[in-house]
Design a protein around this ligand. Structure first.
Ligand SMILES: Cc1cc2nc3c(=O)[nH]c(=O)nc-3n(C[C@H](O)[C@H](O)[C@H](O)COP(=O)(O)O)c2cc1C
Length: 214
């Protein structure tokens, strides 16, 4: 079996938002699809280690903010590479409450508010089935997973269902550019000489010492 055929599946990108008591929490996902059309039910896949899953089990009301191509890419870094266990992911962005669920502020292609109906165990992940209870219109072109990889040059962490183990690329012999990769989110940058000491990752905010040469 050739598992790389899975790379041809297409996805969008979403920020899940849920209140954990008085605190908004959430994470980035790419695994969302509409299961039924009448009185719609949607499915999302959450890793069992993700705090967001625990919060949805407790609260059941959650939001999906549909990223667009103009959405602030640092939202992906903050919500996709840090855990709400020890991070206030909304601190830099703020949030609003729509029908009981927090939505991170910013430009998005739309917001969906859901009520969890069922949790299906899928070994490492849990499929959360949710009833759509409210929507808010957005703007722009929805961001696809392919756009995130090709244009934003982002990666997915191990908790994402679509995580891919990557082999380091061969550097062309004649190039005087040095490639660095962010240890936290996988963002890659090429510079002449050394990466400056004050460099910070444009995706997840990691500092210079979290970049390794590749
Ligand atoms: C592009 C991208 C796609 C992701 N897709 C998923 C996903 O579909 N399901 C999932 O459980 N985690 C996914 N993740 C990983 C979570 O966002 C990440 O593990 C996060 O730190 C969990 O935070 P939490 O502990 O606050 O829930 C994705 C991350 C990125 C950057």
């Amino acid at each position: 079996m050739d598992p790389t055929v899975l790379y041809n599946l297409t996805y969008g990108l979403y920020v899940v938002g849920v209140m954990d008591g008085e605190r908004p929490v959430g994470c980035v996902i790419n695994t969302c699809y509409q299961v039924t059309s009448q009185n719609p039910i949607l499915a999302i896949s959450l890793n069992k280690n993700n705090f967001t899953l625990d919060a949805i089990r407790r609260n059941r009301r959650y939001s999906l903010s549909i990223l667009n191509e103009d959405s602030d890419p640092t939202v992906i870094g903050t919500f996709g590479f840090h855990s709400s266990r020890d991070t206030d992911k909304y601190a830099d962005y703020g949030y609003d409450i729509i029908s009981g669920a927090p939505v991170v502020r910013g430009t998005f292609a739309g917001r969906l508010i859901l009520e969890a109906l069922d949790f299906v165990d899928c070994e490492t992940h849990v499929l959360v089935l949710g009833r759509l209870v409210d929507t808010a219109a957005g703007e722009g072109t929805p961001m696809t997973y392919a756009y995130y990889h090709k244009v934003i040059k982002g990666k997915a962490p191990k908790n994402a269902p679509t995580y891919r183990e990557e082999k380091p690329e061969e550097k062309p012999a004649a190039s005087n550019l040095t490639k660095y990769r962010c240890d936290l989110c996988g963002y890659e940058v090429e510079v002449e000489g050394e990466l400056p000491a004050d460099f910070t990752c444009p995706l997840c905010g990691a500092s210079r010492d979290q970049f390794s040469k590749v």
